[in-house]
Design a binder for this molecule. Structure first.
Ligand code: CIR
Length: 253
């Protein structure tokens, strides 16, 4: 169960964020409203949410998930692989110091973004992506193993981050899309495929028994409901324009 979340309000410079989505520029006011509703949804799942002020120096800084890997035992500050995102992690480290007496760090030449790290129980899957290199992933494996966790590496083919395409819904269930549907590394799990025309909905988010699903992806929402989960839909259309999804917008621990 999670008790806390850290989020950061989107900044006006959001429109300059990295994007491959070809969905147009995000609307800042709409992004602010959607972000506030996202925070409400996290609170309604029982989380205490720290809301950091926007940081105009970093267009993508609302996607805080990429800046750290946090569990009930450890907080690891990442070294983002995207040059324009390097430095976002500094203020996240400051925020995490209120919860952890010491922090771990991914150090250059290692790069790692938290979106590439999926926890399933005490096992962590780390995607090797354009953003997370083998050196960064290996540093994280060492830190995790020191704390009693296990980890394995998953080379990615098409997606931005591991959790763009696969998320853990607890109880041995994975919601997956595209390259992860028949991936041998996940064969021990019960796999729920996101609908083929709803790949974006693979980035849904389990929070304390609820599953947050992006609004507008009804087939995937129904598939998750049919498993017995209570679903909350949250509209994140403005963040989707920057390749971001529900998990990207918070650190949960
Ligand atoms: C980026 O390309 O870094 C941002 N525009 C989107 C980050 C999404 N984060 C995530 O999947 N964890």
């Amino acid at each position: 169960m999670f008790r806390h979340a850290i989020v950061r309000k989107p900044c006006r410079n959001l429109v300059r964020g990295i994007s491959t989505a070809l969905l147009g520029k995000p609307d800042y006011e709409q992004a602010l409203r959607q972000h506030a509703a996202y925070v409400d949804a996290l609170r309604s799942c029982g989380l205490e949410v720290v809301v950091l002020e926007a940081d105009e120096s970093y267009p993508d800084s609302t996607f805080v998930e990429d800046t750290a890997v946090v569990t009930e035992k450890i907080a690891v500050i990442s070294n983002p692989g995207a040059p324009s995102r390097r430095g976002e992690e500094g203020s996240i480290a400051e925020a995490l110091k209120s919860f952890f007496s010491s922090l771990e760090y991914i150090k250059p030449p290692g790069t790692l973004e938290g979106g590439d790290v999926m926890r399933a129980g005490d096992h962590f899957y780390i995607g090797l992506s354009q953003r997370t290199n083998r050196e960064g992933a290996n540093q994280l494996v060492q830190i995790l193993e020191k704390s009693g966790y296990a980890a394995s590496l998953v080379p990615l083919e098409h997606v931005l981050h591991l959790k763009t395409g696969v998320v853990y819904l607890e109880n041995k269930k994975l919601l997956a899309a595209g390259e992860f549907i028949a991936h041998p590394v996940f064969k021990e799990y019960h796999l729920i495929p996101a609908a083929v025309d709803e790949l974006y909905a693979a980035n849904s988010l389990w929070v304390n028994g609820w599953v947050l699903v992006p609004a507008g992806f009804n087939k995937t929402r129904r598939a998750i409901e049919n498993l017995g989960y209570s679903v909350k839909t949250v509209d994140v259309s403005e963040f989707r324009k920057l390749d971001g999804g529900l998990s990207c917008l918070s650190l949960r621990f």
